[in-house]
Write a protein that binds this ligand. Structure first.
Ligand code: GCU
Length: 452
């Protein structure tokens, strides 16, 4: 294994768990610097495991079973939703609440004690094509309390406020982009210690230049600045700031790590709203894998975000849980895997997915009528690309109700064939993560909807 692979820190105790992208990350760690725009993981596809955490995994379409999805347009009391008003005032809040209570957990409002320290006020970067800014966002008054570095690039030539893509990364900001002027952040290593960013791994690198040349700003944060990605991370992240006296763990319906990362993205937006060079009404989010789940939940909760691109979010993200294919809630919440990423209530549905009042179709529907691009890979069996497509098909009724365009087809497209409407779907030929050519689709999607 390469250094990049051995320093992977985001997957929890990998010796006992399957991480769908471990091998491809290794490859991306080597290949990433040579790629034209960006590479998150790469596209190696290894034979998917048939048993994970002692639980069998199904990859046979004939065995996915039959299921009835919760209807996006029917209230829990059985009343149909026939207009935008009932959606916005009744069904939408009901669904948000159900996801909070049963899957991601409730998160607090904006931090009362938050402070912004703009330590880089605008420095030319990338041969003068961009202006770089860096901000530390502190989440509490304590000097050694949790804080997040936000790195921002704006097109140098912009004459008016620009739309922007906000990325949440597995790497420190100094590793996410190729710019020697970026403060070297720290990352969590596998021993649950903070180490210099370059000792982490370098996938998810973004080539900022094509974005700024197209008139977009770009900003990024390291997810571990907000909350560590391991069991037992609670004392080191933002969630501990909100424990009530005597409380040692969040309650069963309170935030897991994904909701914490998501909350941090909202705090990044709080800052972006104060920058006159940015049009805060045109900010899109991007994240991959568990961070794909994170950006979906963020767009669902926080309607200030104008658009979302979610890469391979899979189970717990855009893939239908009721469809027994690839990872299931039981795999996600198995001890030693990722239960800490969700609220404790989520594990109750590991054996009873039919009792969960929500499914991924409702998560997708919460984005309506805002633009959403689901990017998947046809060999990423573990995260069930077809399950993501079917969730989007079902959510289409909400887009239509709100006067926007859903996928407008129920035929799963072949790899390499984008469906680009307000609700969009693109499956590359390959495995887990984002490959360089996906960025052409991202750019087309952003141009179509955020009009730089
Ligand atoms: C694991 C996990 C997935 C997750 C992925 C990732 O494969 O099972 O649910 O999306 O890691 O974040 O890379």
């Amino acid at each position: 294994m390469s250094a990049a692979a051995t320093s992977l820190n985001h997957s929890g105790p990998m010796n006992t768990s399957y991480d769908g992208c471990m091998f491809s990350k290794t490859i991306a760690g080597i290949a990433v610097l040579t790629l034209p725009l960006s590479c998150a993981f790469g596209q190696t596809s290894t034979a998917p495991p048939t048993v994970v955490a002692g639980i069998p995994v199904n990859y046979d379409e004939a065995l996915v079973g039959t299921y009835a999805l919760p209807d996006p347009l029917r209230l829990l009391n059985g009343k149909p939703v026939r207009d935008a008003k009932t959606w916005n005032n009744e069904r939408r809040p009901e669904i948000v609440h159900l996801f909070e209570e049963n899957q991601f957990g409730r998160s607090p409002e904006r931090a009362a004690e938050m402070a912004f320290d703009v330590f880089d006020k605008g420095t030319p970067a990338f041969d003068g094509k961009a202006i770089r800014k860096q901000v530390t966002i502190s989440f509490s008054k304590a000097k050694d309390g949790p804080k997040m570095d936000l790195l921002i690039y704006l097109p140098a030539k912009a004459a008016k406020p620009v739309p922007l893509l906000l990325n949440i990364s597995f790497s420190a900001n100094s590793v996410t982009v190729d710019d020697p002027g970026v403060k070297e952040g720290e990352v969590w290593n596998r021993d649950k210690k903070k180490v210099p960013g370059k000792q982490g791994f370098a996938f998810g690198k973004v080539n900022v230049v094509p974005l700024v040349e197209a008139g977009f700003g770009f900003a990024t944060v390291y997810y571990g600045d907000i909350e560590p990605d391991f069991e037992g991370g609670l004392p080191y992240g933002v969630r501990q700031l909100y424990l009530k006296p005597g409380q040692t763990q969040p309650a069963a319906d309170e935030w897991g790590a994904i909701a914490a990362w998501s909350w941090g993205l909202s705090r990044a937006l709080d800052y972006l709203e104060t920058d006159a060079g940015i049009d805060a009404k045109r900010i899109a989010l991007f994240g991959a894998s568990r961070l794909g789940k994170t950006v979906l939940w963020t767009g669902a909760r926080d309607t200030r975000f104008a658009a979302v691109i979610a890469c391979c979010s899979g189970e717990g993200g855009a893939a239908l849980s009721r469809r027994n294919y690839g990872e299931t809630i039981a795999h996600l919440t198995a001890p030693g895997r990722f239960p800490y990423q969700f609220c404790a209530n989520y594990a109750k549905f590991a054996q009873h997915v039919d009792q969960l009042a929500v499914d991924a179709n409702l998560l997708v529907a919460l984005l309506a009528p805002r633009p959403l691009l689901l990017q998947t890979g046809d060999k990423d069996y573990w995260s069930d690309p077809k399950g993501e497509f079917l969730a989007a098909v079902s959510a289409g009724s909400v887009y239509t109700l709100l006067g926007a365009h859903g996928l407008e087809t129920d035929q799963w497209p072949a790899a390499g064939t984008p469906i680009m409407h307000t609700l969009s779907y693109y499956m590359h030929a390959g495995g887990h993560g984002t490959i360089p050519s996906d960025w052409n689709q991202f750019l087309a999607f952003l141009q179509m909807h955020l009009k730089p």
